[in-house]
Ligand binder design. Structure first.
Ligand code: ADP
Ligand code: 5GP
Length: 194
């Protein structure tokens, strides 16, 4: 089997993590690519090596110098996130397909890197107002972090047309079943020629 890669991108708060977690529960062929990042771990809700590889800015710079990333971004000021080549290879070698959740620019970079081997899905919130409400209700970010995420979201919404597929996440159940359908279609299609 040739491994494929499924990218979920969206402005922060649109629901991509929730949808990706659902897909991982229902589809045993998928494995989550854990990114490296330099931000602090969120209290007790996150684990190193499960949610992210939490590393220092110095370690991150060394990995850039050694060309260890497929892509990396300073997603928010001072917070670097990157997709490790070793992580994608590890998952493919285990016989699974990769699923990942990255910001909009990162998602498009990964799509350009893997081309037909990748499916890039944009998760769209019903509105920016609803996105802000979800970020507040999630209760994981400070007021200033929420406002920088909402500000960035307005810019990121312009990239929807560059994705292979768009899912509007209004009703979560409907968005999850659409995501399941898109993923199954992509995985059942002829293997990509790369
Ligand atoms: P992202 O990964 O895109 O930042 P999350 O998956 O963390 O977004 O979702 C943001 C918040 O919105 C979470 O608290 C999540 O439970 C909630 N959420 C996700 N989808 C919906 C939805 N369709 N309706 C209402 N709340 C939602
Ligand atoms: P959070 O800090 O809320 O976990 O994530 C912030 C943003 O960084 C989210 O939009 C998330 O999808 C994105 N992100 C996570 N990992 C990566 C990565 O490896 N590369 C890029 N470009 N963005 C990432």
């Amino acid at each position: 089997m040739q491994g494929k890669i499924i990218i979920f991108s969206a402005p922060s708060g649109a629901g991509k993590t929730t949808i990706v977690k659902h897909l991982l529960q229902v589809n045993p062929l998928l494995a989550f690519s854990i990114s490296a990042c330099t931000r602090d771990k969120r209290g007790r809700t996150e684990e190193n090596g499960k949610d992210y590889y939490f590393i220092t800015p110095e370690e991150f710079k060394q990995k850039i110098a050694k060309d260890e990333f497929v892509e990396w971004e300073e997603v928010y000021e001072g917070a670097f996130y990157g997709t490790l080549k070793s992580e994608i290879e590890r998952i493919w070698e285990s016989g699974k397909h990769v699923i990942l959740d990255v910001d909009v620019k990162g998602g498009l970079s990964i799509k350009h890197f893997y081309k037909e081997r990748a499916l890039a899905v944009f998760v769209k919130p019903p509105s920016i107002e609803e996105l802000a409400k979800r970020l507040q209700a999630r209760n994981t970010d400070s007021a200033s972090s929420i406002s920088s995420r909402v500000f960035k979201a307005e810019f990121e919404m312009k990239f929807e047309d560059q994705f292979d597929k768009v899912i509007v996440n209004d009703n979560l159940e409907e968005a999850c079943s659409k995501a399941e359908k898109l993923v199954n279609e992509f995985l059942n299609a002829e293997p990509a020629i790369v």
